[in-house]
Design a protein around this ligand. Structure first.
Ligand SMILES: Nc1ncnc2c1ncn2[C@@H]1O[C@H](COP(=O)(O)OP(=O)(O)O)[C@@H](O)[C@H]1O
Ligand SMILES: [Mg+2]
Length: 342
């Protein structure tokens, strides 16, 4: 088993990467063959995509890959571009030769990859792109993905193997890419109950009891971190969610039909599918996806999922057959707001 990365879970709390064994097996299999298409991994906000890519970086290095990890949304430059030591000289040259110093990190990463293929002899190269879609904007997603595909199909020189993985929580970019056969799409869900219990077990200090944490977060580690940081106070956690996700504004945008549908969707998110033929039904669905409250989980075939798929149905967690609340507590947050509307 690969070394485990250490991750900052909350200020002052460093935890090792836990669980996700199936997901790591998936990366090992990619490492053995390389990818013919860029893999795009979609998953709820805070489900652990960044943590997973960081662990994948170690794993790929153990398979002999030189890895570039780019995360344009990171504020700190040192976190935004991370790379294997084998690439140090190449990266220095690329950064030096950039046309303008403020190229986007997503473009820089692509340039590094292309340069590395030219400079190294038949390299194994991995490009891990974290939240790049959000950074480059919806309009440029197709062009960017096409250049990733070009790198794989028409490299500037020979390579041994190449692995390209893009992680995104941008539910809407999926519609953009669905028209093309340029990517392989995989989904990632929150942690499985066992995996989440392992993570919960490693948290220091007094804890509320596992069931409460599970029922609030549905296995979402970012929400677990928040819950921990607010001293396990559910009311404060809900307030934070309302603020951060601008839910007052969201609910304010909804008309009467949409509010009624939202009420029903809080009980069973699959009602969203039944209303897609109506314009206001589509609008509500888009908004809930755009705000990263709901995810589409149309299929459960294991090969479509990095790691464990969500359960087929779980009323308590808000998981339907076709749609799922990204975390159960989002429903509680919305309930406090639509109570005021009629
Ligand atoms: N498998 C894991 N083991 C340990 N910590 C994890 C794991 N997955 C996620 N975390 C922690 O949970 C938080 C949210 O994860 P993150 O990867 O940032 O989510 P995402 O990128 O999907 O929004 C981070 O603090 C991260 O370190
Ligand atoms: Mg992330």
């Amino acid at each position: 088993m690969a070394r485990r990365v250490r991750l900052e879970f909350a200020p002052g709390v460093i935890l090792e990467f836990v669980n996700r064994d199936r997901g790591l097996d998936f990366v090992s299999r990619l490492a053995e063959k390389g990818t013919r298409l860029p893999f795009v991994v979609y998953g709820p906000e805070g489900c652990g995509k960044t943590a997973f890519l960081k662990q994948a970086m170690l794993l790929l290095e153990e398979h002999g890959y030189s890895v570039v990890y780019a995360s344009p949304l990171q504020r700190e430059a040192r976190e935004a571009l991370v790379y294997s030591s084998s690439l140090r000289d190449i990266i220095r040259e690329v950064l030096h030769a950039l046309p303008e110093p403020y190229s986007s990190i997503a473009d820089v990463a692509l340039r590094i990859a292309s340069y590395a293929i030219r400079r190294l002899s038949k390299p194994r190269l991995a490009l891990l792109l974290d939240d790049v879609f959000q950074a480059i904007g919806l309009e440029r997603i197709e062009a960017y993905v096409k250049s990733l595909l070009n790198l794989i199909e028409h490299p500037p020189s020979d390579y041994d193997r190449i692995v390209v993985i893009v992680a995104s929580s941008e539910g809407l970019s999926r519609e953009r890419l669905a028209r093309h056969a340029w990517t392989s799409t995989r989904m990632m869900w929150n942690m499985s109950r066992d995996g989440f219990q392992e993570l919960y077990g490693r948290l220091p200090g007094p804890k509320p009891g596992f069931e409460q944490a599970w029922r609030a977060t549905g296995g979402n580690p970012r929400l677990l971190a928040k819950f921990y940081q607010v001293g396990w106070d559910m009311g404060v956690l809900i307030d934070e969610i309302v603020e951060e996700k601008e839910l007052v504004r969201l609910v304010g945008m909804l008309g009467g039909d949409e509010i009624r549908l939202l009420r029903d969707a809080l009980v069973d998110p699959d009602v969203l599918l039944e209303h897609l033929s109506l314009e206001w039904g589509r609008r509500l669905e888009r908004l809930l996806i755009e705000y990263n409250l709901v995810a589409r989980v149309y299929r459960r075939s294991e090969h479509l999922w990095v790691d464990e798929p969500p359960p087929r149905r779980d009323e308590e967690l808000g998981i339907g057959e076709f749609y799922a609340w990204q975390a159960p507590i989002y429903r509680d947050a919305l309930k406090t707001l639509i109570g005021m509307r009629r």
